[in-house]
Design a protein around this ligand. Structure first.
Ligand code: APR
Length: 247
């Protein structure tokens, strides 16, 4: 089927649905200059094992390694700007076409683009906290301490080790994930944008909804279940779908 026909099918599915949720992954931010994790050739995990880099096991047992490598990856995601795909989702929410965005991303780009109902199921790079007393700190405080060579960065209150509030491999899922599950269970359509859908438990979400649209540059394990699979860049696909819905 031609992309134009897929856009039409997606637009009519969205218009016919009572409640639409969106699930985004790193693929929606590649057009903002942030590499994703698993794209062949450019994905961050091409040469690194994420469970070796961004895991609680490394943070707790080898905090120096965590802060010398993993933390740099987190910091690098913070200076990007939203791209057209983020802005279109924000507009779709304002117009009541989607109910909200569930994101695996920690780049804050949905917030920067003006989306309001956002479920960050893999945490965020706005804050950090102390492993011992739970004291909250801004991510900037973490960055400043690491830049000064304080590795691992320590809590000014109790001298415990500070950590970023990103969900690391080995962490329990945040409450945002429970809320996201409830939202999806109450939806009749989920639109997945830019995710390989290989990481659990977020990749259970597409199995919880009747209707599914997947906008992804490469195959995913849920393509068989999707009503529409669009192999286009996120911004190009969303621009075409949104134009069909608005007009
Ligand atoms: N438009 C559409 N799809 C794209 C684009 C684009 N511009 N760029 C990349 N993609 C697709 C890739 O083909 C890939 O299948 O986006 C997908 C991104 O998949 P991953 O890199 O696996 O990212 P994600 O699914 O978000 O990873 C989930 O894994 O490492 C952990 O915690 C990390 O949240 C992350 C989780």
């Amino acid at each position: 089927m031609r992309s134009e026909d897929l856009f039409k099918k997606a637009a009519s599915l969205i218009k016919a649905s009572k409640k639409v949720m969106v699930l985004t992954g790193a693929g929606i931010s590649t057009e903002s200059g942030i590499p994703d994790f698993r794209s062949p050739g450019t994905g961050l995990w091409e040469n690194m094992d994420p469970t070796e880099i961004l895991s609680t096991q490394v943070l707790f047992n080898y905090p120096e390694k965590f802060y010398k490598i993993g933390f740099k990856i987190l910091s690098s995601m913070r200076n990007a700007e939203p791209n057209e795909a983020h802005y279109i989702l924000s507009e779709m929410e304002k117009k009541g076409v989607i109910a909200g965005v569930i994101t695996q991303n920690i780049d804050n780009l949905h917030q920067k683009a003006g989306s309001k109902k956002i479920y960050e199921v893999h945490g965020n790079t706005r804050e950090g906290s102390c492993l011992r007393c739970g004291e909250k700190v801004s991510f900037e405080v973490l960055e400043r301490k690491v830049e000064k060579g304080e590795i691992p960065p320590r809590c000014d209150k109790c001298n415990g080790i500070l950590r970023p509030d990103v969900v690391l491999f080995g962490d329990p899922m945040p409450y945002a994930f429970d809320l996201a599950v409830k939202e999806v269970q109450e939806s009749d359509l989920l639109i997945v944008i830019g995710s390989s859908l290989v990481v659990a438990p977020v990749n259970f979400l597409p199995g919880m909804v009747d209707r599914l649209i997947i906008i992804n540059a490469t195959e995913t394990p849920y393509d068989y279940k999707a009503d529409v699979v669009i192999r286009e860049k996120a911004s190009y696909a969303l621009r075409n779908i949104w134009d069909l819905i608005k007009n």
